[in-house]
Design a protein around this ligand. Structure first.
Ligand code: PGA
Ligand code: ZN
Length: 425
């Protein structure tokens, strides 16, 4: 056992150039663990609190110097001397010190930075890879990547309300094989876009984001299926499509209002939205839909799940915000059948792991996830293997903060050698 000696924090920048927190934890044996914290753009209402300075003279109010102060002056004195391997104890100490349900006193960003840095330091102390420290000796399932190749909604200038269009590499032999398949589809998609006169600049998560795109959700799905075929792969069989509607971002007064992002966008009632989702699933090889409905619409979620849950993965992101209590409600009320896991939605590693355990015990699928604002920290890659989530979404094969996660998974698969299993085994 080694104890925490000191904890440092600093303000760094994320992939949007917005300040975020980096934390370093040093043990008495001189080992350093470092981690940084991501940030979302289309956040759920009930996510843990992200503390920002609000000083408009610095970074338009988005500085995180208060969070830096909270780590060094409030959290460090409480956890110095604790066993670096006592992850639950460290996390609980910070939860108690904060004392609020949404971690608004210390900031969930301050707490998460410390929580993740401690896990890294502990793994280094023990000389173990991070995925093995957190997941144990049987942590050997590589996740199926969901690669977000077309960015809409709040992540892009493309006039498409649906936020994410992802390739789901179901029939690969390995993680490396899945990445190779996706890479060839992305190259074909690029050619198709250029052929139609669209730009191939990318959005926040590395997917294409053509500003003048015509045709909305269905036009994107047709393009994606064409790209899969062009890459000599079978749409729906080898590669299916996952989407994130992020429906809360265009849900206005009871209506799903696509005109928030699309010029001539439809205005749909909940029943019409459900019918639209069914059309996408039945006609366009979509077999995973995240946040198809808005985050407080439990009744509609129940209808959607009853009607489509046996044929399609229905993922709750804003609906559950990696929160065990909300997930329990979803399980009890039969809303959704999968949960997205984002450590910064809840604020500690322990709570994120507990949400994953609850989901898996309840036969919900689990998907580890990045945020749209990221750093090159690849913690979630290790965590996906540690928890055996079976799936991960970390953007497209572009932008180094996205590739950092996929490249780390390639390393892990390589290290595991013959022992590695691919998500759909
Ligand atoms: P965010 O979006 O990171 O911008 O919140 C990601 C998602 O909705 O899955
Ligand atoms: Zn989402």
């Amino acid at each position: 056992m080694s104890e925490i000696k000191s904890v440092f924090a600093r303000e760094i920048l994320d992939s949007r150039g917005t300040p975020t927190l980096e934390v370093e934890v040093e043990t008495v044996r001189g080992v350093f663990g470092r981690a940084s914290v991501p940030s979302g753009a289309s956040k759920g209402e009930r996510e843990a609190f992200e503390l920002r300075d609000g000083d408009k003279k610095r970074f338009r109010g988005k500085g995180v110097l208060k969070a830096v102060y909270n780590v060094e002056e409030l959290i460090a004195p409480e956890i110095n001397g604790m066993d670096i391997c006592d992850q639950w104890g460290i996390d609980q100490e910070m939860i108690d010190l904060d004392g609020t349900p949404e971690k608004s006193r210390l900031g969930a960003n301050a707490i998460l930075g410390v929580s993740l840095a401690c896990a890294r330091a502990a793994a280094l102390e023990l000389g173990l890879p991070l995925y093995r420290y957190v997941g144990g000796t049987n942590a050997r399932v590589l996740p199926v990547p969901l690669l977000n190749v077309f960015n809409g909604g709040a992540h892009s200038g493309a006039p498409v309300a649906c936020q994410e269009f992802m390739l789901r590499c179901k029939k690969a032999d390995s993680f490396a094989d899945a990445i190779e398949m996706a890479s060839s589809v992305i190259a074909c998609l690029r050619e198709l876009l250029l052929g139609k006169g669209y730009s191939v600049t990318v959005g926040d998560e590395g997917g294409f984001a053509p500003a003048g795109f015509q045709g909305g959700t269905i036009a994107v799905l047709e393009l994606l299926n064409n790209a899969v075929e062009k890459a000599s792969l079978a749409p729906g069989k080898e590669i299916s499509i996952a989407i994130d509607m992020a429906a809360s971002s265009f849900f206005k007064e009871g209506i799903y209002d696509y005109s928030v992002f699309e010029k001539e966008g439809a205005k749909l009632t909940a029943d019409e939205q459900i019918a639209f989702i069914k059309k996408l699933v039945h006609g366009y090889n979509v077999d995973s839909v995240e946040d198809a409905l808005a985050e407080n619409e439990w009744e509609s979620w129940r209808t959607l799940t009853a009607e489509l849950g046996s044929q399609c993965q229905l993922v709750g992101d804003d609906l559950f915000v990696t929160n065990v209590e909300l997930l329990k409600k979803g399980i009890a009320e039969k809303c959704a059948n999968a949960v997205l896991l984002k450590p910064n939605q809840i604020g500690t590693l322990t709570e994120c792991c507990t949400a994953a355990q609850l989901a898996q015990r309840s036969h919900f699928n689990t998907i580890m996830s990045h945020r749209s604002g990221e750093t090159c920290d690849s913690f979630i890659a290790d965590l996906a293997v540690a928890l055996g989530t079976g799936q991960i979404k970390a953007g497209s094969l572009a932008r180094s903060e996205r590739l950092a996660k996929y490249n780390q998974l390639l390393r892990i698969e390589d290290q595991l050698g013959e022992g590695a299993l691919y998500g759909t085994f």
